[in-house]
Ligand binder design. Structure first.
Ligand code: SAH
Length: 240
C-alpha cells in the first residue's frame, strides 16, 4: 500500500512552493495536479513519474468523487502518490475530503501546506493583510456557494480586511451583499493572476466594484480584497 501526499503548490510564482513540497515531488511515482498550480514545478518530478491533470472548474463539483477514487486506486498500485493543489490544500482546496477518503480506505495521507493565494496574492500586489495602522485582523471567505447568496454575511466582518476567493463570477451579487455591512467608499482591490507575470491589479471602491471588474474584463483566478490596508499599496514592494 502506498502513501498519499497532499502538497500545496503555492499561489502561482513557481518559487513559492516549499522545500518539502519539492522533495516530495522529486520522489513521487504519480502526481495528480490541479488547474491552478504553476506548471513549471512539474519539472521537479522524476522522468518516469505519471503526471495526471485533474482540475475542477466551477460547477464540476461531482469530479471530486472521481479524484478521491483515483487517488486511492493509484496509492494501491504505486508507492508515492502526490495530489498537487494550488495555494494551500486546506484553503478552499477540498484537501480534507481527499485525506478523509484515503483514511477510510486505510491509506496514509500527509499534508504539506502551501502558501495560500489569500495572503500571497495581496502581498505581491503591495497589500499587507494586516497592519497596526489599518487592520487588526483578516477574514478569508468563498464567493461561491452552491445555494442562495454567493457569500454568507455571517462571515463578513464589520471592520478589517476581507479577502474573497472564487468571487469573480458573481461580483454584482457579492457587492450588493457587502454593502449591507460595509460602506460604499471602503477601498477594494481586484487582483487577477496574482504572483505571476500576468498579474493585474485594480483599485476601486465597494460602490464601483462591479464597474471596475467589468471595465477591465476580470477573469478567474482573481481575489477581491476589501479594506483600508489597500492604502499601503505603492509604499510596499510589488510586481510592476
Ligand atoms: N487552495 C487555494 C485556493 C483554491 S480556490 C489557495 O490556498 O490559494 C481558487 C481561488 O483562489 C480562485 O478562484 C481565486 O480566487 C484564488 N486564487 C488562486 N490563485 C490565484 C492567483 N494566482 N491570483 C488570484 N487569485 C488566485
Amino acid at each position: 500500500m502506498g502513501k498519499i501526499y497532499l502538497v500545496g503548490s503555492g499561489p502561482g510564482d513557481p518559487g513559492l512552493i516549499t522545500v518539502k513540497g519539492i522533495e516530495i515531488l522529486r520522489k513521487s511515482d504519480v502526481v495528480i495536479y490541479d488547474k491552478l498550480i504553476p506548471k513549471e514545478i512539474l519539472s521537479y518530478c522524476k522522468g518516469d513519474a505519471e503526471l495526471i491533470y485533474y482540475g475542477k472548474g466551477i460547477g464540476d463539483a461531482s469530479l471530486q468523487d472521481k479524484i478521491n477514487e483515483l487517488l486511492v486506486r493509484k496509492a494501491k498500485e504505486k508507492e508515492i502518490v502526490t495530489r498537487l493543489k494550488g495555494g494551500d490544500p486546506y484553503v478552499f482546496g477540498r484537501g480534507e475530503e481527499e485525506c478523509v477518503y484515503a483514511a477510510e480506505h486505510g491509506i496514509e495521507c500527509e499534508v504539506i501546506p502551501g502558501i495560500t493565494s489569500a495572503i500571497a496574492v495581496p502581498a505581491y500586489a503591495g497589500i499587507p493583510v494586516t497592519s497596526r495602522w489599518f487592520s487588526s485582523g483578516f477574514t478569508v471567505i468563498t464567493g461561491t456557494r452552491a445555494e442562495g447568496s454567493p457569500i454568507n454575511l455571517d462571515y463578513v466582518p464589520k471592520k478589517g480586511t476581507l479577502i474573497i476567493l472564487m468571487g469573480v463570477e458573481r461580483i454584482d451579487e457579492i457587492r450588493k451583499e457587502l454593502l449591507k455591512v460595509r460602506s460604499g467608499d471602503v477601498p477594494v482591490a481586484i487582483i487577477e493572476n496574482g504572483t505571476t507575470k500576468s498579474q493585474r491589479v485594480f483599485i476601486s471602491t465597494l460602490d464601483r466594484l462591479h464597474i471596475t471588474a467589468k471595465d477591465n474584463d476580470i477573469r478567474p483566478p482573481a481575489i477581491i480584497l476589501v479594506g483600508e490596508v489597500i492604502e499601503l499599496r505603492n509604499k510596499l514592494w510589488k510586481i510592476s
